[in-house]
Ligand binder design. Sequence first.
Ligand SMILES: Cc1ncc(COP(=O)(O)O)c(C=O)c1O
Length: 463
Amino acid sequence: MKVSSHVVARMLGAWQEGPGSAHQRLSDRLRLLVLDGRLSLGSTLPSERDLAVALSTSRTTVGAAYRTLVEQGYLATRARARATVRLPDDTSPGPRPGASPGTIDLSFAAPPAPVEILHAAFAAALEQLPRHFERHGYDRNGTSELREAVAHWYERRGLPTAPDHILITNGAQHALALLARTLLSPRDQVLIDHPTYPHAIATFTEVRARPLPVAVSSSGWDTVQLQAAGRIARLAYLIPDFHNPTGLCMPASVRQSLRLACPTVIDETMTDLALDGESPEPFALHMPTAISIGSVSKSIWGGLRIGWIRAAPSVLERVQQTRHATDLGTPLVEQLATAVLLNDGRTRRPGTLQQLRSQRDALSRALAEHLPGIHAPQPAGGLTLWATFPQPISSRLAAIAPDYGVTIAAGPRFGIGGAFERNIRLPYALPSSRLTLAIRGLAQAEQALTRGATGVHNPAPVA
Ligand SMILES: Cc1ncc(COP(=O)(O)O)c(C=O)c1O
């Protein structure tokens, strides 16, 4: 696939800012785009001349950046052909070069497992399992025990729900991918929060839909802009409950007044992580046609890989048809264990919520002490702070942070067109002492950047 010079220029964003030579900054930024997956493997880059024009820079700068990437193994060149994106032969998953085994991973926003209650739930699930042995074990909707438990979870939150409005999936990401394949066609526009959850952007681009970003600013969602975008979008995807990455929660007044003309997918993955009050009301109370997706990955444990879609049976039937092509159902023991956990109300555990609160506070204190220049409002729930630096240093900081013992997800991964170069997402799912150490490391990395350091690390995966 050919990537045009304008698309590359948009992805690069403010590449010219920062220390180091222009060609070095350009090759650093292009390499991060490759490693982030925003420039996909095998795609062909624009010619040096075209990119130089689009970037308003010299052809020499682009030529030098391309040569560096060829030497590092990120570009392949052939005579009279465009440069093609590749990965160096030694880019295997596993520890990042230079990142020691003790590196603190701030790229994942996911809590550890609540060990005892998981053991108990799996023990109960194994007792129930023999009831299912006479059947074949394939169930594209999910087992009735879990669909009922999810329906009750909505009912307890005030939203009447029948089990046949629930389809069980392998996590919320799977739910979103199934919906994207079912509801979207190439070139359709999808309204997204901007910033948003990076794998949602990947899901929509995978089906060749075009993201239509609407800003989620520090003051939240703008109803007028959302409604205007909803008139041209084929689908909307919003995370109103403790939004990833900003942690913001859509106010009740916006929920009540928002009317979108297109089908709307509401991601409620973080709903149960209200830290300073009650969980928000289910979005579908105010928009009955909303397609809600959820999971227990953040409220219990990501390793369960259990999520769901709540929608009208007619929508779920279409999703089932799509599902044939990808998978034939969700593992049964995990479903039975999750039903036990939901029925016991284990998605909101006071001890875990208290621990998250104190980790969130510890992170804020560490930021105030070690990185006083950044702005990071405390969210009322979820797992992440969205920090803003005075300078656009996010990608470069992510590149060198492993040298200082931390991995982070750079701000541009949460947006399109190279946006959010002043932001990083900081999860508070780790113990307070680790968070404090990580922020000290980041502060040292930031100081090194201002002295002109660069890095060659793979970006961390995000969740
Ligand atoms: C907003 C949002 N949606 C979906 C997911 C994916 O969740 P799951 O692990 O259930 O697939 C995540 C995970 O980070 C998320 O933050």
